[in-house]
Design a protein around this ligand. Sequence first.
Ligand code: G1P
Length: 270
Amino acid sequence: MKINKVVFPVGGLGKRFFPITRTIPKEMLGIIDKPLIHYAFEEAVAAGIEEFIFVTRRGKDSIEDYFDYMLTNSEYFHIKTGSVCYVRQSEPLGLGHAVLCAKNLIGNEPFAVVSADDLIVHEKSCIGEMIKHYNGSNMVASINVASAEVSKYGILDVAHETDKFLIAKSVDEKPSPKSAKSTHAIVGRYILSNKIFDVLGNLEPGIGGEIQLTDALLKMIPSCGLTGFKFEGKRFDCGSREGLLAAILHVANQSEALSCIIKNFYKGEI
Ligand code: G1P
């Protein structure tokens, strides 16, 4: 099935990176010479997506400025004029709320959501692979995390597992390690039915007082299903300082010139 639209939720505060994110959007933090959001956009373009919706907010204007530049310099992206739009999330009320803000721009079709915080490095586009396998069930990218880490994620309760997929019977946002039903965590790639907007519009705030996308996914399991996609590639949690540093080192290590710097650092020459 063709998925034509992607939502980038870029309205988060980036508290884990204060003070830099007081004035610079966390999505604009650099992996050497490209900001995180560049990678998310690139992944969506590689998936054949043609309409790009940013859910943005106060203080995030540099993302719009960046894409003005990128889209007029065809060495980076070949995108049709008018295919990028911005909708405002006036308050940071959670991922579910951010997705709901895009409702009027989606219409009657399934759509993708890509979070720039989760950098996934692989020759194949992760969201592109998910689109290839999308069959109408809400789909999330999933990885196994350490048990101590489950409280950072949406965690799938899995009824059935195959090589590539996890068929979920339930999902819980940020459970404690004791109450978690598994260590299968959601990472920030989703293919969602547009019916999710009705559910999101009627949700009470969940954990952290936020409108949680996971709560909407849970409510839709009986009607729509929920599939975890076991993607290939390295994933970096760039919403954390450790993850961002690991991503920078990984990308630098791919480049001959920059990997020398890392080697010199370990030799004590820097
Ligand atoms: C969000 C989702 C969570 C998911 C995570 C992936 O949490 O609510 O279900 O596992 O992204 O990165 P956040 O990191 O915004 O708190």
